[in-house]
Design a binder for this molecule. Structure first.
Ligand code: ATP
Length: 200
């Protein structure tokens, strides 16, 4: 049986990637959430756990093996070098996990890989087509503040600043889903779904 076509779905924080993936999910399209899996692997993948302890100290995990996310986030939040290091440990493990998942998607015409940093991390290169979800910065900030009460506006602005600018992402996209709440997203997804099913 042939492998599904691999479609990446990306966009800045709060653009609505997860929401769009939920619509694809309702249509029966398998979707891999790389950011959630990365978080999960940091507490379940023995190789990754050892690497994190070695690089950032064993205090990152408590005696029961629970990751102290707050400590790790604080450590990397103000240090681009440390953040790059952490990403360089996590990304290969996520790539391996994704490939295993992909090999289990028998019969699907196409599947989705959702990740905020698909372009920044370079993982878009292994995918066949890329969807970029867009929304204006102000709307994205409002959404994230509503979704994540632990974050403040300065945190979200800083994350946006550290991500590839939206117009650059749009230039690299094969498809764009506009999620600015002026255009309905379900018809955009349905149209794209028909097209993706027809790709040879
Ligand atoms: P992140 O990069 O942080 O994971 P994301 O791109 O996956 O963000 P979502 O979590 O899908 O973004 O959306 C952010 C928030 O905005 C969520 O609470 C979601 O329900 C809400 N949201 C997204 N799009 C819309 C929309 N069109 N109408 C109303 N709410 C929306």
């Amino acid at each position: 049986m042939h492998q599904p076509i691999q479609i990446g779905i990306t966009g800045g924080i709060g653009s609505g990637k997860s929401l769009i993936c939920r619509i694809f999910h309702v249509l029966g399209v398998p979707a891999y959430d790389a950011d959630s899996q990365a978080k999960k692997l940091m507490t379940t993948d023995g190789i990754l756990i050892d690497q994190i302890k070695k690089e950032f100290g064993s205090l990152c995990y408590d005696e029961r093996g629970v990751l102290n996310r707050e400590l790790l986030s604080k450590t990397v939040f103000n240090s681009p070098e440390k953040l790059t290091k952490l990403n360089s440990l996590v990304h290969p493990r996520v790539a391996k996990d994704y490939n295993q998942w992909m090999n289990e998607q028998f019969g699907a015409k196409y599947c989705l890989k959702e990740a905020a940093l698909l372009f920044e991390a370079g993982s878009y290169q292994a995918l066949d087509k890329i969807i970029v979800v867009t929304a204006p910065d102000e709307l994205r900030i409002t959404r994230v503040l509503q979704r994540d009460p632990q974050r403040d506006k300065t945190d979200v602005e800083k994350i946006i600043k550290n991500q590839m600018p939206q117009d650059e992402k749009m230039k690299k996209a094969h498809f764009i889903i506009k999620n600015d709440e002026t255009e309905l997203v379900v018809p955009q997804v349905l149209k794209l779904h028909e097209w993706l099913k027809s790709i040879k």
